[in-house]
Ligand binder design. Structure first.
Ligand code: ZN
Length: 270
């Protein structure tokens, strides 16, 4: 019974995750305030995050799954399945398709977009590792007070170019105002946000990847002691797409454009 309850708990978590969408730095110059940790004890104010987008030959996203390597630094079943699939692929097209499932590393922080539509509402800001590294350099230079609600500093993030040419720069704003401490009651718990592991979703991601690659799924090494067979029989393959990033009722599936932009940006090293 307790197994069932645990399963129900996990399923409800999945279903109820009315996922807040992350934001990315806006085009041009934008003013942001990066907020301190959501954890009561303070400290780490960011979380690494990566997702695999598995597409079919038509470029349609068939499955999205958190990359546990990028997110938690733990072995990732999808990364392993990609490696395995790549060893069996002979044509360039399929190889490209598999490689497009590679998860980009991102860093999530809670932030106010001060010149955005809702400057008082904390949002999850998604930064490239390079941009985040620039922000860490700022914190090192100015001290951790940068993150302080009263004494802290706004930052200006400038985004220029598109696709491969996208560049970001981040710098301290000339003047900053104190932030109302009530915003901290509205920040996202990023530990919870990235907790998207689900055997069902992983299985779906891997079986879709294997279909793309034409690999027999069962030969992929299992990564979890509780792993069920990795390749679902055809009648169980769900044609609908659950995207963990959005709520069940959302009409915002991952847009192919945004995905492409992500990919190009990651190739550009930003
Ligand atoms: Zn992965």
């Amino acid at each position: 019974m307790s197994d069932l309850m645990a399963l129900i708990n996990q399923k409800r978590k999945e279903l109820n995750k009315d996922r807040q969408k992350t934001i990315k730095p806006a085009d041009g110059r934008g003013r942001y305030r990066i907020l301190p940790s959501w954890r009561p004890e303070g400290g780490q104010f960011w979380h690494d995050f990566g997702q695999h987008y598995i597409k079919d030959a038509m470029g349609k996203v068939k499955a999205v799954y958190v990359c546990t390597e990028r997110t938690f630094g733990k072995p990732c079943g999808v990364c392993e399945a990609m490696l395995h699939a790549q060893q069996h692929v002979v044509d360039d097209e399929t190889m490209k398709l598999i490689q497009s499932a590679k998860a980009n590393g991102r860093v999530l922080v809670n932030a106010l977009h001060l010149d955005g539509a809702t400057p008082d509402v904390p949002q999850i800001l998604e930064l490239s590792p390079t941009t985040f590294s620039q922000f860490l350099a700022i914190v090192q230079e100015w001290g951790s007070e940068v993150l302080d609600l009263t004494e802290g500093k706004d930052v200006i993030i400038e985004k220029t170019g598109k696709g491969l040419e996208t560049k970001y720069s981040i710098q301290i704003a000339a003047k900053s105002k104190p932030v109302d401490s009530s915003v901290m009651t509205k920040v996202a718990n990023l530990d919870d946000y990235v907790a998207q592991e689900s055997e069902e979703q992983q299985r779906r991601a891997i079986s879709n990847l294997n279909m793309v690659a034409g690999v027999i799924g069962n030969s992929v090494p299992a990564t979890s002691p509780r792993d069920l067979p990795l390749s679902a029989p055809p009648h169980e393959i769900d044609e609908t797409l659950d995207i963990p990033m959005t709520s069940a009722a959302s009409s915002n599936p991952v847009s192919a454009d945004a995905e492409l932009e992500d990919l190009l940006e990651s190739l550009g090293g930003n």
